[in-house]
Design a protein around this ligand. Structure first.
Ligand code: NI
Length: 149
């Protein structure tokens, strides 16, 4: 396990579309362990693989002060309901917190690191977090979506 470098805005890596994971192997597991270590070390809420320079469709997130860790491989939003505007930040975009409109509730289908299908349900902050992380997998940053008010 290791802390990885977090790529910062301006790096073209953050603007690429990530590829689906096809091999659920030890290398994937090691990457995800590193992502969790890096997320906790950086004291963030979520981290997507492109943020550590790996263009694969993976994110990790932590809630409840670190007591809940969520990991998702090849995540897809299958249901989105409602609207909520709240301030967001990003470990790749230092010192900016701006308002973004996100669904209030989302359901995400994904896989765990072993290739087992999982379903994640997010409300409020968690919904925004899942959407923010999945945007990273498509090269989108929250600053692209800032609500101008
Ligand atoms: Ni981010």
């Amino acid at each position: 396990m290791a802390i990885r470098k977090i790529y910062q805005v301006g790096d073209d890596t953050l603007r690429q579309v990530s590829k689906p994971v096809t091999e659920f192997d030890d290398k994937l597991s090691a990457l995800m362990d590193d992502m969790i270590d890096t997320l906790i070390y950086a004291d963030g809420a979520g981290l997507a693989a492109p943020q550590v320079g790996v263009l694969k469709r993976i994110f990790v997130a932590t809630f409840d002060g670190g007591s809940t860790i969520v990991e998702a491989v090849n995540p897809v939003i299958v249901k989105a309901k409602g609207k909520r505007v709240a301030a967001e930040g990003c470990l790749s975009v230092p010192n900016i917190h701006d308002k973004v409109e996100r669904p209030r509730h989302v359901v995400v289908h994904a896989y765990d690191r072993h290739g087992n299908p999982i379903e994640l349900k997010g409300d409020g902050f968690a919904a925004a977090c899942f959407c923010h992380e999945i945007d990273h997998l498509d090269g989108v940053l929250f600053t692209d979506k800032t609500v101008k008010k």
